[in-house]
Design a binder for this molecule. Sequence first.
Ligand code: TNX
Length: 518
Amino acid sequence: MKIKFVLVFLLFCGSVKAQNVNIIPQPKLVTAGTGQFTFNNHSSVGVNDASLLPVARYFQKQVNQSTGLTLNVDNKDAGSTIHLLLTNGDPTPGAYSLKISPEEITVSSSNRDGVFYGAMSLLQLLRDQPRGETISLQALAINDVPRYQWRGLMLDESRHFFGMEKVKQILDWMAYYKLNKFHWHLTDAQGWRLEIKKYPKLTLVGGRGNHTDSTADPQYYTQPQIKEIIAYAADRSITVIPEIDMPGHATAANKAYPQFSGGSVEGYENFTFNPSIDSTYQFLGDIIKETTALFPSKMMHLGGDEVALGVKAWSLNPSIAGFMQKNNFADVGELERYFFKRVADTALSTGAKVLAWDEATGTNLPADKAIIFWWRQNLPGQLHLAIQKGYQVVLCPRLPMYFDFVQDADHISGRRWKGVYNTVGSVYGFPEKSMQNNEDLQSKQIIGVQANIWTEMIGSEKRLDFMLFPRIAGLAEAGWTAPELKDEEAFDNRLKASIKIYDAANIYYFNPFDKFFH
Ligand code: TNX
């Protein structure tokens, strides 16, 4: 009895309550050690594999920016006190362990991503301490593993264009929070933002304008700029996925090359591509091939959303109606699936996976090469169907994963869905909190979660910050933290304690704990 008590007591002392360690997303297991490790301006970071050098350099740079310390980086491990190591551990991508003892710090993982995340956890611990000539950290051990392999953020740069520096800043914050997929919505009705060499008018004409000003000078990314962003993201263990939206949301492309337009519908001038002529498929095939060659992720998001708005135009267009008749298509839905299958086949032929919004679930795509993005939370049948058909699924329902929605009852600029909006707490609680009755949530085919920042109503960097922060911290936990470890009050405390870092970084964030400040 007595021994048992002592054992329980020791166990209690030995494991630091995870929520007392100020890391977002919360790690799986944190155990207290004894003593402290002290960093100074000569502390040296060593690596046991050349592939980890960019990780060490990134860590060095971030530590310098946020604490003022100047660490050394060594391309070998001997002689350093902070070790970044590739080892034979848990093979799960992103899993890592971090050990802080008075003598040394060891971050180890079987993979580069894991070492990177261990370094980001260490950075967060350092950032939490007061600045000084030296910074001491409590000895501890962390064993951590992500819940989901897809922890995504989508940015819409068609409606408003933000440019290289802002995108890089977002990638830095994604890295800080262990988010790993940057879904780049580069085309839509309001502007085409991706240079395609074969069709220069896409950007020169289609890149003109944005949601607030249809006459704004063309804004877009050149291919060298795209490569720069991809490399910047890769350094931070982030994969970049391009989206070319079709057959709807195509107005910008139609302005540039009207010969491929599927016609107009009230309120949406030239909203679609024309699915009845071979030249449209040639045109889109060229674009898809140039795009997949540019993005090493070998993932091509083809959109597929909200075509219902445009198919009215298809049935009104006599040549499209004739094409349907000739092919015995029962309705425009069948034509839509025909279109999507044909463009998807081109993407697949380049070796890329095909990604699409949940409208495309009806298309027969190869199960192991398609990922469906479920966004219509009012249509759970779409999620069910996608799983039944064997597709992998990313969960990004409007509620709570749309960051163009307001995050507080008092906020005016932003969307609501039947009065409901997306607080940081609702994002944190996702998916359990809003999907507790949905059995599909248990499916292994659900590979992760994603927040989408649509930017019709986000016209400045400040507004973008305001919509993104601090919900990005909630997103990080939704993607990473095991559901049994979730505790909203503890999250609030960690967030409260860390919100000051947004001030230091000049982020124009919403403070849910002091909401009248902004
Ligand atoms: C629906 S989500 C859209 C976007 C809008 C968004 C606004 C999706 C696949 N399509 O085009 O920007 O709603 O919340």
